[in-house]
Design a binder for this molecule. Structure first.
Ligand SMILES: *Cc1c(COP(=O)(O)O)cnc(C)c1O
Length: 228
C-alpha cells in the first residue's frame, strides 16, 4: 500500500467529484440536502491501493460483497482512517456471520431468519452488533437473494424485535432488465410503513433515479473505480 501508486488513481478524484455532484443535484431535485444521501463506494475486486486513493480523495464509506475480501483489505486501513465505514452488501452465509459482525459497520444483506439468528449469536460472542438493513427481493426474482416481498412485513417485524434500533432500514437490487423506479418506490413505501429511515438503493446505472425515489444510500462501484 504505497503512496507512490497514487498517480495511477488520479482520475479517481475527478470521478468521485463528478459522482458527488450528480448525487447533490438529484437530491436537490427532490428537495433534499446533498447530505441526506451517503455514497457507498463499492470497492469489490479492486485492490487496497484503490481504496486508499478514494480515502485520500475524501471518500469514507465503502461496500464489499465478500467477507473474506473485506477482511483482507479493510482492517489494515482503519487505524489511519478512523472515519472509514464498511458496508457488507453481498449475500451472506451463516458460517461467515462471526467475521461479518467483527468487520462491518453495516450489514446490508440480512434476508432470512436463519441469518438473523446467526448474526445475533455472533454479536453476543463479539460484543458488538453492526447496523443492519433487510435486503428485499423487490422484483421477487427466483435466483436473487433478499426476503420475498410477501414475507417482508413479517421478517422486518421479526428483525425489529430481535435487533431493536440496530435495524436501520432496507436494501434492494431491482431486476436488471426493468425500469427500476417502481421498485425503488416500492422499497421506500415498505420502509415508510415500518418507520425505517435508511434506504440503500441505486447503483452506477440508476443512482439518480433511486435518490429521486428516496434513497439515503447509493452503492456505486463501476462509475468510481472502473470496470471489474
Ligand atoms: C457490485 C454491487 C454494486 C455496485 O454496482 P455498480 O454497477 O458497479 O455500481 C452495488 N450493489 C451491490 C449489492 C453490488 O454487489
Amino acid at each position: 500500500m504505497s503512496h507512490s501508486t497514487e498517480p495511477l488513481y488520479a482520475p479517481l478524484r475527478a470521478r468521485l467529484a463528478a459522482i458527488n455532484d450528480r448525487i447533490a443535484a438529484a437530491a436537490r431535485d427532490s428537495g433534499r440536502p446533498a447530505s441526506s444521501v451517503t455514497l457507498v463506494a463499492v470497492s469489490k475486486t479492486h485492490p487496497a491501493d484503490a481504496i486508499l486513493a478514494a480515502l485520500q480523495a475524501g471518500q469514507s464509506c465503502f461496500g464489499e460483497n465478500r467477507v473474506q475480501e473485506a477482511a483482507a483489505k479493510f482492517p489494515a486501513l482503519r487505524p489511519a482512517w478512523p472515519s472509514l465505514r464498511l458496508h457488507l452488501i453481498g449475500g451472506l452465509q451463516t458460517n461467515k456471520a462471526d467475521d461479518a459482525v467483527r468487520l462491518a459497520d453495516t450489514i446490508e444483506s440480512l434476508d432470512r431468519p436463519k441469518l438473523a439468528d446467526a448474526i445475533a449469536r455472533a454479536a453476543d460472542r463479539a460484543g458488538r452488533l453492526p447496523d443492519l438493513l433487510v435486503q428485499v427481493n423487490i422484483g421477487d426474482e427466483p435466483q436473487k437473494s433478499g426476503i420475498p416481498t410477501a414475507a417482508a412485513d413479517t421478517f422486518i417485524a421479526h428483525c425489529r424485535t430481535q435487533f431493536g434500533a440496530r435495524l436501520r432500514g432496507l436494501m434492494c437490487i431491482p431486476p436488471a432488465d426493468e425500469d427500476p423506479t417502481p421498485h425503488f418506490k416500492a422499497l421506500a413505501a415498505l420502509g415508510a410503513r415500518h418507520g425505517l429511515e435508511t434506504l440503500s438503493m441505486g447503483m452506477s446505472a440508476d443512482f439518480e433515479a433511486a435518490i429521486r425515489a428516496g434513497a439515503t444510500h447509493v452503492r456505486v462501484g463501476t462509475l468510481l473505480f472502473g470496470q471489474r
